[in-house]
Write a protein that binds this ligand. Structure first.
Ligand code: MG
Length: 378
């Protein structure tokens, strides 16, 4: 059996521990975890966008995301997931799903977070954003209980966190120019393409800056021929990476495209969960891992390790969400090539502060857990 076949087979086992979180808890550190019942609080928050956000798929002025608080032994773990309509998720359905398993969560041992994740995955069909919120809250709690930043629980060094891209949504050229000007502190911009006005958008971006760009087509190119034409045109404009040129289900044309373009092509909409990574490996140069889509940080970590084993580039991405989900994803960013963690920067009423960006680089909080603080203005 080849390595790739082995990984494919292992990945196909639901909840498999092929790449378990390598964490050794000190003896007794979690001994009290079973002592008291936890309290689980769920809520939906409306996040207001600074700019109307447009991609190939949708346009909106706000997003509703789902929050979980896990309180036990005087410690509160916080988690967030951004439900995705395409997968029949809503903030309300996320809340209902987790409210239904609250009795289990309130009696679980959060020190056994891998076991808790497996149990939650067994009890909750679908609702990946809801499961992500729970996983983040439990890990935030566990790391706080141990008095360590979450990235250290994963064995990672905050110094290794990369720069994050800043995304420029599809808009009128004058608005695009303003957004690019506002993003002057970010050394790498991500530009949404895939509509008929790509030339206008890129001209507006290039009128403001010569920075390297990555582009995300969000499945928007209409044929393999158009994809090649557009990608080569973009490469000539200093674009260094393209995300998801064709619909997620179209793998057949991907290698035809890759043979004809000069920049890496990575999967986003095609890549949801660990089992997708080995399936996509023959067709893409890399994958975009999103915590909200795979069901949490533990699953995202498995995806990253799997992608690495298969020789793929890794991006960690996000949905529009608050600093809770973004700071959570940032905990894994020391492992990736590209971070696209700007979802909190797009909203006007972030209820927390956590990871911050300085000259584009992600600065992870060094406080225990996620290291969040309530935002004074929220
Ligand atoms: Mg994308």
């Amino acid at each position: 059996m080849t390595r790739r076949t082995l990984i494919t087979r292992v990945a196909a086992v639901p909840g498999s521990a092929a790449f378990p979180v390598a964490v050794a808890l000190p003896a007794g550190a979690m001994a009290q975890s079973r002592s008291s019942r936890a309290k689980v609080t769920t809520r939906v928050r409306r996040l207001e966008l600074k700019h109307t956000w447009t991609t190939v798929m949708s346009s909106s002025t706000h997003r509703d995301t789902f929050f979980v608080e896990f309180q036990k032994d005087g410690i509160t773990g916080v988690g967030e997931g951004a439900p995705i309509v395409r997968y029949n998720e809503s903030a309300a359905s996320a809340k209902a799903a987790i409210d239904a398993i609250a009795p289990y969560l309130e009696s679980c041992d959060p020190g056994q977070f891998a076991k808790v994740k497996r149990e939650v995955f067994t009890r909750v069909p679908g609702e990946w954003a809801a499961k992500a919120a729970v996983d983040i809250a439990i890990l935030d709690w566990a790391a706080q209980k141990l008095g360590t930043p979450l990235h250290r629980l994963f064995g990672l060094d905050a110094e290794d966190a990369p720069v994050t891209t800043f995304s420029i949504g599809i808009d009128k050229p004058e608005v695009v120019r303003r957004k690019v000007a506002e993003a002057k502190d970010y050394p790498l911009l991500k530009v949404k393409v895939g509509l008929d006005n790509d030339q206008e958008i890129l001209a507006a971006v290039r009128a403001e800056t010569n920075k390297p760009l990555i582009c995300d087509a969000n499945e928007g190119f209409r044929s393999k021929e158009q994809a090649v034409e557009k990608i080569q045109w973009l490469a000539g404009l200093g674009v260094t990476l393209i995300e998801q040129p064709l619909p997620a289900s179209n793998l057949a044309d991907m290698n035809w495209i890759r043979e004809r373009v000069s920049i890496p092509v990575i999967a986003d909409e095609a890549c949801l969960r660990p089992e997708d990574v080995p399936r996509l490996a023959p067709y893409f140069d890399g994958v975009n891992v999103k915590v909200d889509k795979c069901g949490g940080l533990q699953e995202a970590l498995r995806m990253i390790h799997m992608a690495r084993a298969l020789g793929l580039k890794v991006m960690i991405g996000c949905m529009v969400s608050s600093s809770v989900a973004i700071t959570a994803a940032a905990q894994l960013s020391p492992l990736v090539d590209y971070a696209d963690l700007d979802g909190n920067l797009l909203i006007a009423n972030d209820p927390y502060t956590g990871v911050v960006v300085r000259a584009g680089k992600l600065l992870l909080p060094l406080r225990p857990g996620l290291g969040l603080s309530p935002a004074l203005s929220a």
